[in-house]
Design a protein around this ligand. Structure first.
Ligand SMILES: C[S@@+](CC[C@H](N)C(=O)[O-])C[C@H]1O[C@@H](n2cnc3c(N)ncnc32)[C@H](O)[C@@H]1O
Length: 332
């Protein structure tokens, strides 16, 4: 869904990735590129800005916090173009609080295939407000919502958990769905809302923007007997709910998935699970999803298709960068 004019993974390796967002080239940390060789060391000289990790901070931060947010640091401009986005005052140590709520660059916009727009900002943890590795899923979500609408004959009701700045929510909204977007971090939910306003300025979108713990929200929705036609979840390895509730994927994924499956309508459209946790690769995610689906949808088993695959982004100077795994169940 992301066109090459808007985004390009130029190279990766040695724990970093080199990417172009529009005309801005950035060099930033990338845990999944640890231990891999860079395809073209000379091409890295093209970077307009680089993210510098504060190693001392890394040593001090709690292990789970570092795994959830990444290592704290700052963006250093390397060219005049980079300096337009990453200015002196925005790269000093005082920018950003412990949760990474503050932002350390000027914003710029990324058009996602003309379907929606995401506003990007460099954060003090090396994030930008977009995970380009999700772009192929955004296309899937758009297509699944359109197909589902054709079969169900009304706008689909979609629940988007761990929704971050709204990429998946916007793909569903672009296809005419009604979306409930949930994330524990107030600042990213505000960015998601802002991205929706940027993307669909001419219409009021059917979206609810919820700051909450995903586990608690889903339990509350079950109690209220709410039902959805689609559920999307992209849980991290570790995380914190809105009131500090600890999320640990290895412990919490299965009960959450069971509850999500129970929120689906009998004639649901799809449930999409992505993961980025060692030990939870595509076959494991698929097995987990299939077993939760089987308990609830025995009668529909023959109409339900399951798919799983590793996710990756093809780079220009190296192979494909591994970016997590997908498991998907679709009712046809
Ligand atoms: C991997 S990101 C999701 C990326 C997103 N799906 C996308 O493609 O743009 C994980 C998100 O989970 C949120 N999170 C972590 N723990 C949470 C919890 N217990 N409840 C709700 N959200 C949580 C974080 O705030 C973060 O935004």
């Amino acid at each position: 869904m992301l066109e090459k004019t808007e985004y390009e993974l130029i190279d990766f390796g040695a724990g970093r990735r080199l990417e172009r967002f529009n005309a801005l080239i950035l060099d930033r940390p990338c845990p999944s590129a640890q231990g891999l060789r860079q395809g073209s060391p000379s091409v890295w000289k093209r970077a307009d800005a680089t993210f510098v990790e504060r190693r001392k901070e890394a040593g001090r931060s709690r292990k789970n916090e570092a795994a959830a947010l990444g290592v704290r640091g700052y963006w250093r401009p390397l060219t005049e173009h980079g300096a337009v986005f990453f200015s002196e005052e925005s790269t000093n140590e005082s920018s950003g609080d412990r949760e990474g709520n503050a932002i350390s660059s000027k914003p710029w916009a990324l058009s996602v295939g003309g379907f929606f727009t995401l506003e990007l900002k460099g954060s003090p943890f090396g994030h930008l407000g977009v995970f380009p590795e999700q772009a192929e899923n955004w296309r899937r979500i758009y297509d699944l919502c359109q197909e589902g609408r054709g079969r169900i004959n009304r706008p689909l009701r979609i629940l988007n958990l761990f929704g971050y700045t709204g990429g998946s929510a916007l793909a569903a909204l672009a296809a005419g769905a009604e979306v409930t977007h949930v994330d524990a971090a107030r600042n990213v939910v505000a960015m998601a809302k802002c991205n929706a306003a940027l993307s669909f300025p001419e219409r009021e979108v059917a979206a609810r923007w919820i700051v909450d713990d995903a586990v608690k929200y889903v339990k509350r929705e079950l109690k209220r007997e709410s039902r959805y036609d689609g559920v999307i979840l992209d849980p991290p390895t570790y995380g914190h709910g809105a009131r500090g509730e600890v999320w640990r994927l290895s412990r919490d994924l299965e009960p959450l998935l069971t509850n999500c499956v129970n929120l689906l309508n009998d004639s649901f459209a799809f449930i999409m699970l992505t993961g980025h946790t060692p030990g939870f690769d595509a076959p494991v995610l698929e097995r987990l999803l299939r077993s939760c689906m089987k308990k609830r949808f025995e009668a529909n088993a023959r109409r339900c298709e399951h798919l799983s695959q590793p996710l990756g982004i093809q780079s220009t100077f190296n192979g494909a960068l591994p970016c997590g795994d997908l498991a998907l169940s679709v009712l046809r």
